[in-house]
Design a protein. Structure first.
Length: 326
């Protein structure tokens, strides 16, 4: 387990020709290598070749987001008769935990083997304006071609928790994602306003660029390439992967989750900063973020699935992603 500048740690999980590297800073999945049918190993998540670039250019490549991932409208909410004002980092709104969200923290990383790694974090009462202290545990495991993210969080009082992994998947190296095919088990999105805050309306995807109920090329759905950044309300009675992504090099991604939503972001506003892994390019639409989570701004919409957790109701999430050649 290398020690990077006596501060950040990395650990690589291996199973056969598949490997996944985790970084303590932001609990980042910084590299995920899988073999093509030719046997060539390729990176399938956007990452930096220089580990220190994660500190130089803080962003969301492969990070774990919390205490509340996604957006909170107005950077505030009410809970048990009290109003909480949060740190704002996207205009009037709070995004991915605020100015110093969990993606910017150095987690405690440990592992005793090459199949699983544990990352832990303590969040104090008042962290970014949030009520209560929270102990967080994430276990990332690799079996075959499948990576599992198991989240647990134990608050000492009622508080919102909504964590997610923020990998940008780049199945086809240095080419944009527009020609990749996508299928999502969802009939509705959470309609959003111009600042990407949900209006509270669940809107049918039929007849929109968000309709991926059947396998469809991303660039065909979004013919203007204006980009997609929306939460899908997953069909809870669906059996099978919540999302499938295919590239023309034969790689296929399948994601299964127990979360009610998937934020899908085509990365069209991503800037090219820092070093890229071999065979990759960074920039607009070079990777697609797929974030299993609760609905955005759920703290301000009582009819959305609740993200309020307590000592009697600790937070849990399991999300599994497999990537392999077909």
């Amino acid at each position: 387990m290398p020690d990077i500048c006596n501060k950040y740690k990395t650990h690589t999980l291996c199973d056969g020709e598949v490997s996944v590297t985790l970084l303590s800073l932001g609990a980042v999945t910084c590299d995920w290598q899988v073999p093509l049918s030719s046997g060539q190993r390729v990176p399938v998540v956007l990452g930096h070749a220089d580990i220190l670039d994660y500190a130089r250019y803080p962003g969301h490549y492969g990070t774990i987001e919390g205490r509340v991932a996604n957006r909170i409208g107005g950077g505030c909410f009410n809970l048990a008769g009290q109003r909480y004002q949060l740190s704002k980092n996207e205009g009037r709104n709070t995004l991915h935990g605020g100015l110093n969200g969990w993606s910017k923290r150095n987690w405690n990383l440990s592992s005793d083997g090459n199949r699983a790694v544990e990352l832990r974090l303590k969040s104090v009462d008042g962290d970014q304006g949030m009520p209560g202290a929270v102990d967080v545990r994430l276990v990332v495991s690799l079996i075959g071609h499948c990576v599992t993210y198991d989240f647990e969080a134990w608050p000492d009082r009622e508080t919102p928790i909504n964590m997610c992994n923020h990998n940008y998947y780049a199945l086809h190296g240095g080419t944009p994602i527009w020609q990749q095919q996508l299928q999502i088990a969802s009939n509705h999105i959470t309609e959003s306003d111009a600042s990407l805050i949900p209006t509270g309306v669940l809107k049918q995807v039929q007849g929109t660029k968000y309709d991926f109920r059947e396998m469809r090329t991303i660039g065909t759905a979004d013919s203007q390439k204006s980009g997609i950044d929306i939460n899908y309300a997953l069909n809870r009675d669906h059996i099978g992967p919540a999302l499938t992504l295919r590239a023309d090099n034969g790689l296929e991604l399948n994601l299964c989750t127990d979360q009610p939503g998937l934020q899908v972001y085509t990365g069209h506003r991503v800037n090219a900063v820092g070093s890229a892994l071999a065979g990759q390019r960074h920039g607009p639409a070079m990777g697609i973020a797929i974030e299993a989570q609760g609905y955005p701004d759920a703290v301000n919409h009582a009819h959305f699935p609740s993200i309020i957790y307590s000592p009697d109701r600790p937070y849990r999430q399991t999300t599994r992603i497999s990537i392999q050649a077909h």
